[in-house]
Design a binder for this molecule. Structure first.
Ligand SMILES: Nc1ncnc2c1ncn2[C@@H]1O[C@H](COP(=O)(O)OP(=O)(O)OP(=O)(O)O)[C@@H](O)[C@H]1O
Ligand SMILES: [Mg+2]
Length: 238
């Protein structure tokens, strides 16, 4: 069974810049996929396409049994965590932010507060849950965004640079919390430069270079991160 399938995808921005070229990717239930590549290679563009925020210039996209009908192709079962948390957070406190996501989906206020508190605490934000978002560090804001996405228990979680702004210890803790919070069957696509803290559930990596996939999909053999067959820096061909 396929959760999504992107085939021969091309994306050109309005200024003519081609950010994705003939790019194909499929995911089945429970797949955790890492998208790697240098800055400007098209990782965020790809995640915006998968989120349904950016239409294809050409190619095919099918997700959870549907194909896009218009320019925007949204679905409550798909959560997107932006690269920059400031694009996502609207202020207030982390608790308000996470509760807002749930209430928008029709969850009653008290239940929303309970669920929001639980996910914030799993992501290590219990003490920060009532602080103004504007006062939080970049890493803390990133975790608030993750909490707002995970609390919806999505079928597809798209995560742009999840560990950016976190120190190595915080990045590892966060990655473990993400693994513990994401239920079985959830598809996770993660765009990242930082492969030192990949969740053990990531078994597949695709490498982007200037909008195109480098040949092959890289599968992680059993045994951990040292056995990755490629180094992401080796893909920097500019
Ligand atoms: N709105 C836009 N209009 C025109 N070009 C854009 C736009 N957004 C991105 N681009 C270009 O598309 C290319 C891919 O950008 P993208 O943000 O997807 O890269 P990225 O791999 O996520 O980079 P980074 O690692 O720096 O986040 C870049 O050359 C970028 O300049
Ligand atoms: Mg990016």
């Amino acid at each position: 069974m396929r959760v999504f399938s992107l085939s021969e995808a091309d994306v050109a921005y309005p200024d003519g810049h081609r950010a994705l070229m003939s790019f194909s990717l499929e995911a089945g239930p429970g797949d955790w996929i890492c998208v790697m590549g240098p800055s400007g290679s098209g990782k965020s563009t790809l995640l915006r396409v998968l989120a349904g925020l950016l239409p294809l210039t050409s190619g095919e996209y099918e997700r959870l049994g549907h194909r896009p009908q218009g320019k925007v192709f949204l679905d409550r079962r798909v959560a997107f965590v932006f690269q920059d948390p400031n694009d996502q957070l609207f202020g207030g406190t982390p608790l308000e932010d996470v509760v807002w996501s749930l209430k928008k989906a029709g969850v009653p206020h008290e239940e929303a507060r309970l669920r929001a508190r639980a996910v914030l605490s799993r992501l290590g934000l219990e003490d920060a849950s009532l602080r103004p978002v504007l006062n939080l560090s970049m890493g803390e804001r990133k975790r608030v965004c993750a909490a707002a996405a995970l609390v919806m228990d999505p079928e597809i979680l798209l995560f742009d640079e999840p560990t950016a702004g976190l120190d190595p210890v915080a990045a590892r803790q966060f990655t473990r919390a993400l693994e513990a919070t994401a239920r079985a069957g959830m598809v996770v696509v993660r765009a990242t430069h930082d492969v030192s803290v990949l969740p053990s559930r990531v078994k597949r990596a695709v490498l982007l270079s200037r909008g195109s996939a480098l040949p092959g999909v890289f599968h992680r053999p059993a045994g951990g991160r040292s056995s990755w067959p490629v180094s992401p820096t080796a893909t920097h061909t500019k």
